[in-house]
Design a protein around this ligand. Structure first.
Ligand code: NAD
Length: 460
């Protein structure tokens, strides 16, 4: 039987997908691609990862991944051992699959414009091997109209086939958050914007059976593309709000988390107020760029938007603000940063991930380096090679040697390992009246103070 889910009846697609006979090619095996590929393989689907990086392909075929996400390494190792996951640089592998999910990167250019070169290259390579029946699903975050006006023409020209007639095409944004990616992939509804109804139904069937999640079908790919940007503008803006509330609470000597938790009990619209948490900064590959995509989009439409710019600006102040909190904490103890021994715990941009892309921790670490203080750094999630993007100081191998004799503990990622060591043990290892800057508000202030530290969180 010819491959492909497009053009079949709903019952046939249902049977094909439910019987797990559907092969799925995942193009772009970076953070998102590896999570999607591993989860689909774990749930029984034959998955082929396609990436231009030979090292990524070699790693996967050896059952390994450099993507540091809770539970992912075990999942990859198991899926490869079971023969359900393999990787290649050869796009002709697409021919053996029914669905092709594209997750290549979309970085920012020098003028904060989206760079879609990898999307173009992937579409060209994919188009050369596209066959009738394939369903192509773009998941990379892109500006509205990318699927219809960039990807579709490339696929059609290189394959000689027509989207919505010979093959299916849809945009389904990826909305998972790093650190809880595996859980979120199998619990968050998928937004589907397809070029035609048949593609939309094929996607919805795939997501229902493959991931156990429902789909929210919107009118077209451009609407789905806008949904992703709307989500991320909301998150960045909401965090900016929390961060400014935290700055006020710091001045007033109040606990911003108590304010936010109580404020969040007020019903509004279709749910309660939902102010997120303040922190020492926002980083990673999505929130730092997607609001700029929207700002750039506004400019291209002749609009002078202020929200995306404002939220980015506010959140970008937080590393410097947090550093000033540290200076004040030490000054209250009669010390300067320069004279102190400072232990940094965590440099990833987020708790329980090893991702240092665009991490706000880099700014604080740079300020510490410039201060001339005695600095030690530890992050159990970050590989040494990845750490080089943040600091040239070699990371210390374990928590105990990192914090030994420290005047200041600076928690920049609230990894679970930092919560496993008893606070009393940390207090024994550090100097008396050691200051404790909790940049992620991930510790209980009372417990940290009870252990003997001078605690300060962001807004608390
Ligand atoms: N990281 C996140 O949390 C997250 C969440 C939601 C959405 N997204 C979006 O998903 C997309 C992917 O993000 P990521 O974090 O996985 O990026 P990434 O950089 O980790 O992965 C991209 C992968 O694509 C590969 N690639 C580049 N060009 C290729 C080509 N022509 N053919 C095949 N492979 C190619 C790269 O080698 C890399 O492995 C981005 O658009 C991002 O905005 C990311």
């Amino acid at each position: 039987m010819a491959r492909g889910a497009f053009g079949r009846s709903d019952a046939e697609i249902d049977l094909l997908v439910r019987g797990m006979r559907s092969g799925i090619a995942v193009v772009g095996f970076g953070y998102i691609g590896t999570v999607i590929g591993a989860v689909l393989a774990d749930r029984g689907w034959p998955v082929t990862g396609i990436d231009v990086r030979q090292s990524v392909v070699d790693d996967i075929n050896m059952g390994r991944t450099a993507v540091a996400e809770p539970g992912l390494s075990e999942m990859v190792a198991n899926a490869v051992r079971m023969g359900r996951l393999r990787a290649t640089t050869d796009f002709s592998a697409i021919a053996d699959n029914d669905f092709v999910i594209v997750n290549v990167g979309t970085p920012l250019g020098p003028d904060y414009e989206p760079i879609v070169d990898d999307i173009k290259a992937a579409a060209r390579a994919l188009g050369e091997h596209l066959q009738p029946g394939h369903v192509v699903i773009l998941k990379s975050t892109v500006p509205p109209d990318t699927t219809e006006t960039l990807v579709r023409p490339i696929l059609e020209e290189t394959s000689g086939l027509r989207a919505g007639v010979d093959f299916g095409l849809a945009f389904c944004p990826e909305r998972l958050a790093e650190g809880q990616a595996i859980h979120e992939l199998t619990s968050i509804p998928v937004v589907v914007g397809a070029v035609d109804e048949c593609s939309a139904r094929a996607c919805a069937t795939l997501w229902r059976h493959a991931l156990g999640v429902e789909s929210v079908i919107v009118e077209d790919p451009r609407t789905a593309e806008m949904v992703k940007l709307a989500d991320n503008v909301w998150v960045d803006l909401n965090v900016a709000l929390a961060n400014e509330l935290a700055k006020i609470c710091d001045k007033l000597g109040m606990d911003a988390l108590q304010v936010i938790d109580a404020a969040n009990t007020m019903p509004k619209g279709s749910g309660p107020v939902n102010i997120l948490r303040p922190s020492m900064g926002v980083g990673g590959y999505c929130l730092t760029k997607d609001p700029w995509f929207v700002n750039h989009l506004g400019q291209s439409l002749g609009l002078d938007l202020s929200i995306p710019r404002t939220s980015r600006t506010v959140n970008d102040t937080m590393p410097g603000y947090s550093y000033s909190l540290l200076e004040q904490l030490l000054a209250d103890q009669g010390k300067t940063v320069a004279q102190s021994r400072v232990a940094v715990l965590g440099i990833a941009f987020k708790n329980n991930t090893g991702d240092c892309r665009l991490t706000p921790t880099k700014y604080i670490v740079s300020l510490l380096e410039e201060s001339g203080c005695e600095l030690s750094i530890h992050d159990p999630w970050v590989a040494d090679e990845e750490a080089l993007s943040v600091t040239s100081i070699p990371m210390t191998a374990d928590i105990e040697s990192t914090v030994k004799d420290a005047d200041a503990l600076v928690v920049l990622a609230g990894h679970r390992e930092f919560h496993r060591i008893p606070l009393t043990r940390l207090a024994e290892l550090t100097t008396p009246k050691c200051v404790f800057l909790d940049g992620r508000n991930s510790f209980d202030p009372a417990a940290v103070r009870a252990a003997g530290f001078i605690y300060k969180g962001i807004g608390r």
